[in-house]
Ligand binder design. Structure first.
Ligand code: SAH
Ligand code: DHB
Ligand code: MG
Length: 222
C-alpha cells in the first residue's frame, strides 16, 4: 500500500513538473530493451538534479555511475552550451547503451563518457587536470561512495555541490550492525563529512517509486 502511494505521488508530480520528452522516454526504452536494471533515479529526482545544477550555474559536472545515462541526460540539460559533463561507467554494456542515449538526446557534444571502474579512471582525470567541478553526482558502486566523495571534495569549487545517492537504504543507515554491506560505507561517508570543515551537508530520506532511500547533499564551503 505505502509503495503504491509513493509511486502514485511520483507519477502525479512527474506528470506535471518533470514530464518525459521523447529523449528521456527513448533512453529508458533502450535501457530496458538492453536488459539494464531499472535503478536510475526517479523522474522527480532527475528533475531535482537538473534544478540543483541550474541553481548554481554549473558548467562542469562529474558523475560516478552512468548506467543508461538517464541521470546524465537530466544533468547535462542544465549545462550551458560550452559546459561539460564527465560520466564514469564500469560496465561496457551499460556504457554502450548510455552512449546511444546521449547521442540520441543531442547531448554528445556536452558529455564525455569514460568506460572503466572509476578507480582506474580517476588517475586519468588527474593527469588531464580535469575540474574543478561545480557539481558531482556519486551513484556508482556504493561501497566506494566515501572514497569518490573524498576525491571529489578536493576538486569541487567552493559553492559547488556533491550529491551522493542511496545513502539511507531502507533506514539501514541508522543501524551500525546492519547486514547491508554498503552501510558501513555510508556511515563512513557521514563521519568523513562531519569531520571536514570544507563541507556543510545534510541527508534527506526519500520515498517514491524506488522505495525508501535517501541522498546526501553537500555544499563545499572552502
Ligand atoms: N546514475 C544512474 C544510475 C547508476 S546505477 C541514473 O540514475 O540514471 C550504478 C551504475 O554504476 C551501474 O551502471 C554500474 O555498472 C556502475 N558502476 C558500478 N561499479 C562501478 C565502478 N567501480 N566505477 C564506475 N561505475 C560503476
Ligand atoms: C541500486 C543502485 C542505485 O544507484 C539505486 O539508485 C538503486 C539501486 C542497486 O544497485 O541496486
Ligand atoms: Mg542511485
Amino acid at each position: 500500500m505505502a509503495e503504491e502511494r509513493w509511486t502514485a505521488v511520483d507519477e502525479y508530480v512527474s506528470g506535471l513538473l518533470a514530464p518525459h520528452d521523447e529523449a528521456l522516454e527513448a533512453a529508458l526504452r533502450r535501457s530496458d530493451e538492453a536488459g539494464l536494471p531499472a535503478i536510475q533515479v526517479s523522474p522527480p529526482q532527475g528533475k531535482q538534479l537538473h534544478l540543483l545544477a541550474r541553481s548554481i550555474g554549473a558548467s562542469s559536472i562529474l558523475e560516478f555511475g552512468t548506467l543508461g545515462a538517464y541521470s546524465t541526460i537530466w544533468l547535462a540539460r542544465a549545462l550551458p552550451a560550452d559546459g561539460r559533463l564527465i560520466t564514469l561507467e564500469a560496465d561496457p554494456r551499460n556504457a554502450e547503451v548510455a552512449g546511444r542515449n546521449i547521442a540520441a538526446a543531442g547531448l554528445a557534444h556536452l558529455v564525455d563518457l569514460r568506460v572503466g571502474p572509476a578507480f582506474d579512471l580517476l588517475p586519468q582525470l588527474e593527469a588531464e587536470d580535469a575540474g574543478p567541478f561545480d557539481l558531482v553526482f556519486i551513484d556508482a558502486d556504493k561501497i566506494h561512495t566515501p572514497d569518490y566523495f573524498a576525491w571529489s571534495l578536493d576538486r569541487t569549487r567552493p559553492g559547488g555541490l556533491i550529491v551522493s545517492d542511496n545513502v539511507v537504504r531502507f533506514g539501514e543507515l541508522a543501524d551500525p550492525k546492519s547486514d547491508d554491506p554498503t552501510i558501513p560505507a555510508q556511515r563512513r561517508l557521514h563521519d568523513l563529512i562531519a569531520a571536514d570543515p570544507r563541507v556543510e551537508a545534510t541527508t534527506i530520506q526519500t520515498v517514491g517509486c524506488k522505495g525508501y532511500d535517501g541522498f546526501n547533499l553537500a555544499l563545499v564551503v572552502g
